[in-house]
Design a protein around this ligand. Structure first.
Ligand code: GLA
Length: 371
């Protein structure tokens, strides 16, 4: 029995090593932080994919993937520069392009919540609410990085009181590439009770240019969380059936985006949290996007209970991307795997509380393919 177990363990180690050994990881300098510290970029390269991760904001800055004929394009929006005017990560103050958002991704109503009898107030930065962790969220810090097999681990220590949140939070994000899958594993610990909701805010464009309205989306969600006019959930969780929010059968994103629907009008498109149906694990696809023209596909797996589907409604053409093309409305889509927005103020939603002695763990996989 003992030797059999040993054999199984050895085989697992060997297969993990084999798959990672195909992924080359290299490091280079990308630019500088506002206070002159180097920002590094890690390149993860496998047979078909080349992915770049920056230490600044733990951003995914590039994902090069082949189409059905083998032509390579960058399938995420991003910039070539840290600081170029109008076309860089420092010039971009509010799209969160490719970053890890935290400590609380998405919104907290009026920047207020209470935990264990204490009231907390956070800086507000979006219609009187706190969005993506406040005015200086995790996207605007240079993370510490270390190379790991098949990828990179980024670490950020957010001090007690950072952006008003309680507790020193130590967060790790591990990006690893195995064949066609980019795995993002988040973990964190705290020294005081706090709230946490980490996600990645990549804008995908599987065609590599143009808009995403012809992309066909499947979202494994029977319900969603409608919002008030400031995009805070009302607390209701209605069925998607018979509404433009029903993507259980694959449907082009543009097919209903301009329907006469109050929720779509509030957000200027889709910008809603979908409640995933069925097991939150890494074997059942939560979402799948197909670009019919290029044949590229993106499949999303996650341990999270929700996904914010956002159609780049606030991209207004004022920022130019890596090919100098302006990023205009709907030029990318985000599938932000997450707990629901404003959970600290909705006891009925899955909890986002993290206590000392516990470890926060969530994982999301982005799988790139062709059809
Ligand atoms: C999230 C939000 C959107 C918008 C973008 C960033 O996806 O839900 O409303 O704020 O981030 O622009």
């Amino acid at each position: 029995m003992k030797s059999q177990k040993g054999l199984i363990a050895l085989t697992l180690v060997a297969s993990a090593a084999t798959s990672f050994s195909q992924t080359a990881v290299t490091k280079s300098v990308f630019g500088n932080t506002p206070d002159g510290k180097p920002v590094d970029v890690y390149t993860l390269k496998d047979k078909t994919l080349e992915i770049k991760i920056a230490t600044w904001g733990a951003h995914i800055i590039s994902v090069k993937a082949p189409d059905k004929s083998g032509n390579i394009a960058d399938v995420v929006l991003g910039y070539n520069s840290m600081d170029a005017a109008g076309a860089s990560y420092l010039a971009d103050k509010n799209t969160y392009m490719g970053s890890v958002v935290g400590r609380y991704g998405n919104r907290i109503a009026k920047g207020k919540f209470s935990l264990d009898g204490h009231n907390y107030t956070l800086p507000t930065n979006d219609h009187g609410n706190t969005l993506h962790g406040g005015t200086v969220g995790f996207d605007r810090h240079n993370w510490t990085a270390k190379q790991i097999p098949g990828g990179v681990e980024l670490t950020l220590v957010s001090p007690d009181g950072d952006q008003g949140f309680p507790g020193t939070l130590t967060a790790h994000v591990r990006y690893t590439l195995t064949s066609d899958k980019l795995r993002i594993a988040y973990s964190a610990t705290t020294d005081k009770p706090t709230v946490i909701n980490l996600t990645n805010h990549t804008y995908f464009n599987l065609a590599g240019s143009g808009d995403i309205l012809n992309d066909v989306l499947m979202l494994r969600a029977d319900k969603y969380t409608p919002t008030d006019k400031t995009l805070i959930p009302t607390g209701e969780t209605p069925s998607v059936a018979g509404t433009p929010f029903d993507f259980r059968t694959p449907t082009p994103i543009g097919a209903r985006i301009n329907d006469n629907n109050e929720q779509l009008k509030i957000a200027g498109g889709y910008d809603h949290n979908f409640i995933l149906t069925g097991p939150s694990d890494l074997t059942h696809a939560a979402a799948k996007v197909t670009d019919p023209a290029s044949g590229r596909t993106l499949t999303v797996y996650t341990t999270e209970p929700g996904v914010q589907f956002y159609t780049g409604n606030f991209l207004d053409g004022s920022l130019k991307g890596r090919d100098s093309a302006p990023y205009t409305k709907h030029s990318g889509l985000c599938l932000e795997t997450q707990h629901y927005p404003d959970s600290p103020n909705h006891p009925a939603f899955p909890s986002t509380t993290l206590n000392p002695g516990e470890t926060y763990h969530t994982t999301t996989i982005f799988q790139f393919g062709t059809k």
